[in-house]
Unconditional design. Structure first.
Length: 280
């Protein structure tokens, strides 16, 4: 197979193609139109592009074929959709671009988007966000659900999109660029606590798959595997990808949040004091 064959979508999805094109188009438009002093640096733009293109690659290239016929590749796909891709996108801090684009929206459209804001704030409650982040992994890896999702095209796409969108919501909550010192953003200590809490059940799930004696996901036996790999090896590798990399990303996230907290310590007037001064 040529390089082009690997880049062509295995299962072409107009909705997926349109979604990624809109994201890149709006982001590019914002970069071109916003003032120079507000425009993100080249490093942040690169990180954003890498995160978006990684998510696109596992959904709309030959990678998607292997994800449907190898359990460990499937776990790699969800590792990117739920963790690494959203991690990079949130870390790149596209907030200035988002604010600029929002400022260009007509007032009537903004009013129509108010219910979307309500839903967003509900989903961004720390308890709900962390529950969904872990709960979706468990839900889609529950053997009966996983079996149906891998055999149904519609369920398969719902699974992948839900993982991507949930990953974006969670990592944005963690890497919200607003400082909790002078805004109502989630405190750094709470962000660190969330990262530690979501890591534990993922490690338990991954370890359960690794040390399982029987075949947990026999759908790959029904459909056949893309490569002549022993089923036990495929399941072992998939379990390790569910166990170790997510835990490592939680640790990396904690280190990044600690660095932010140390950098901002004592530099900004606390938000609570600012509110008191406003109301006095």
């Amino acid at each position: 197979m040529s390089v082009a064959d690997y880049l062509i979508p295995y299962d072409f999805s107009p909705v997926t193609i349109a979604g990624f094109m809109l994201v890149l188009g709006f982001y590019g438009y914002g970069l071109l139109k916003m003032p120079d002093e507000e425009r993100p640096g080249s490093g942040r733009i690169l990180v954003f592009m890498v995160g978006v293109m990684m998510c696109y690659a596992v959904m709309q290239t030959r990678f998607d074929y292997y994800s449907q016929y190898m359990f460990f590749v499937h776990r790699g796909q969800h590792l990117i959709l739920h963790h690494l891709g959203p991690f990079l996108i949130a870390l790149s801090n596209p907030l200035p671009v988002m604010r600029f684009l929002y400022s260009r929206i007509k007032p009537g459209v903004r009013r129509a988007l108010v219910p979307v804001g309500w839903i967003y704030r509900f989903l961004q409650h720390p308890a709900i966000a962390s529950f969904l982040f872990v709960g979706l992994i468990y839900f889609w890896l529950w053997p009966p659900i996983h079996f149906d999702a891998m055999l149904s095209r519609d369920l398969y796409w719902i699974m992948n999109w839900s993982m991507l969108l949930d990953g974006l919501l969670f990592w944005w909550l963690i890497f919200d660029p607003r400082s909790p010192v002078n805004s109502d953003a989630l405190g750094y200590g709470k962000r660190i606590l969330l990262l530690a809490l979501v890591a534990i059940p993922q490690m338990v799930l991954g370890a359960t798959i690794v040390f399982s004696r029987g075949m947990v996901y026999d759908v790959y036996e029904v459909c056949g595997r893309a490569w002549p790999m022993a089923p036990e090896t495929d399941q072992l590798l998939g379990g390790l990808l569910t166990w170790i990399p997510p835990a490592m990303m939680s640790i990396l996230g904690i280190l990044i949040i600690l660095r932010r907290a140390m950098r901002e310590d004592g530099k900004i007037t606390p938000y609570s004091d600012k509110l008191k001064a406003t109301h006095s």
